[in-house]
Design a protein around this ligand. Structure first.
Ligand SMILES: C[S@@+](CC[C@H](N)C(=O)[O-])C[C@H]1O[C@@H](n2cnc3c(N)ncnc32)[C@H](O)[C@@H]1O
Length: 403
């Protein structure tokens, strides 16, 4: 396979934006594809794959290419190592004279190297993983987190059922899927493809949603006619699922601190045929007064390090560090203590993150339970969903009951 200059430059630009300028991965990828509308679907796929793989394997490529991260050609050199490693031919202008090609194909070099190089992770993350899980579980988890994410769909039961969806995808679009055990409305797509242009996506028959993200709403177990507050709703991945489980009956108040995602949420609500959701900005003071002690369920899908979703966003391991995680733990605490006041007596508080580490999860809940408001709650159950056991992203979820 040959990678032409404009595509190679697109990859370098994306990697530099994310690693050098610390920009978020998905919006960067989107911007590059928008700027280069003339690229065909294969080109777009290759550029996306290149950016994600280079970010995922950065530290391994640094080692095998003996790269100098301070060199002005660093990002270009990362691209050269990635292309050699994957047998992708580059145009001549991309040759890198200092590079020892033999190193790149030397399996022993990687085999003999330390875990942080083999798995391309920063030292602090390796220390945290080892301390939390020990060698056997951590090595398996980090290896799984370095694999590309599988594509999972959630059937929108307000519009169709899983059997009809599976048959339609297969017969009309040659998209083959498998059912997923224990998650009745989930399908896994056998070949990763873009499906959001399909007629039935536009009609709201399905959403693209990770398996374990689906498990959070199932774990929440809302019932029709309840009042549910979905704090940190973002663009509504879980809101839509909660509404479907509630059979679109009752009320969901979706809040977020960022109004940017509101438009996306509104479009998705319409497509999914969901009419029970009201959106409010979390800064709205009247909201906390109005709904004090009143919700059957409050779901907090808290902002977090994202260290459970490295399959999807490998940039998090380079963007995060112990200090930024500590700041996030502070934000999570504020949200948790504030939203807990909205749960009515006998109601549930659900706290979830896409992190697999205790400081954002179990420790956060332990401290909460000792606080003034926390003393009114009891921990009913908690689960850590590791990627090695489930195929989906890594999550933590806790269910608390208010006395
Ligand atoms: C993990 S994401 C939510 C994902 C969403 N629930 C879903 O299923 O698609 C966390 C969200 O928390 C929001 N957020 C951050 N700080 C917040 C705060 N102080 N209050 C409310 N929401 C906040 C972010 O804007 C982001 O959308």
């Amino acid at each position: 396979m040959k990678l032409y200059r404009n595509l190679a430059n697109g990859i370098i630009e994306g990697v530099q934006e994310v690693l050098g300028n610390r920009m978020a991965l998905r919006p960067t990828l989107k911007n590059i594809l928008i700027k280069n509308r003339k690229w065909g679907s294969n080109d777009r796929r290759l550029v996306g794959k290149g950016i994600i793989e280079i970010i995922r394997w950065k530290r391994k490529f640094d080692l095998i290419g003996k790269l100098n991260v301070k060199s002005k050609n660093y990002y270009r050199n990362l691209l050269v190592v990635w292309s050699i490693y994957n047998d992708i031919e580059l145009e001549n202008c991309f040759t890198f004279s200092d590079l020892q090609k033999n190193n790149i194909h030397d399996p022993l070099l990687i085999k003999k190297s330390k875990r942080v190089f083999k798995n391309s992770i920063p030292d602090w993350l390796d220390n945290l993983g080892m301390k939390t899980y020990g060698k056997v579980i951590w090595e398996k988890e980090i290896q799984t987190l370095n694999r590309p994410a599988k594509l999972f769909l959630r059937t929108n039961t307000l519009k169709t059922n899983v059997k009809k969806l599976q048959a339609y995808l297969n017969e009309n679009h040659k998209v083959n899927t498998d059912k997923v055990s224990n998650i009745p409305n989930a399908l896994v797509v056998k070949e990763n493809k873009i499906l959001t242009h399909l007629d039935i996506y536009k009609k709201g028959w399905f959403e693209v949603q990770d398996l374990n993200s689906q498990k959070i709403s199932i774990f929440t177990n809302p019932k029709p006619n309840m009042l549910v507050i979905d704090a940190c709703a973002g663009s509504g991945g879980k809101t839509l699922h909660l509404a479907a489980i509630m059979k679109n009956k009752g009320k969901i108040i979706a809040t977020d601190s960022s109004d940017r995602k509101r438009k996306q949420l509104e479009k998705r609500l319409e497509r999914n045929g969901v009419s029970i959701v009201e959106y409010l900005n979390s800064e709205n003071k009247d909201f906390f007064k109005k709904y004090i002690n009143s919700a059957n369920i409050v779901v907090i899908d808290a902002p977090c390090s994202g260290l459970g979703v490295l399959k999807r966003n490998p940039a998090a391991k380079w963007h995060m560090n112990p200090k930024s995680i500590k700041q996030l733990v502070g934000i999570q605490k504020q949200i948790l203590y504030k939203y807990a006041t909205l749960v009515k007596s006998g109601g549930n508080l659900i706290y979830a993150t896409c992190s697999i580490f205790p400081n954002e999860n179990q420790n956060q809940i332990k401290k909460f339970l000792k606080s003034k408001i926390g003393l009114e709650f009891n921990l009913e159950k908690e689960e850590v969903l590791l990627t090695q056991n489930t195929d989906g992203d890594g999550f933590y979820v806790a269910k608390l009951l208010r006395y």
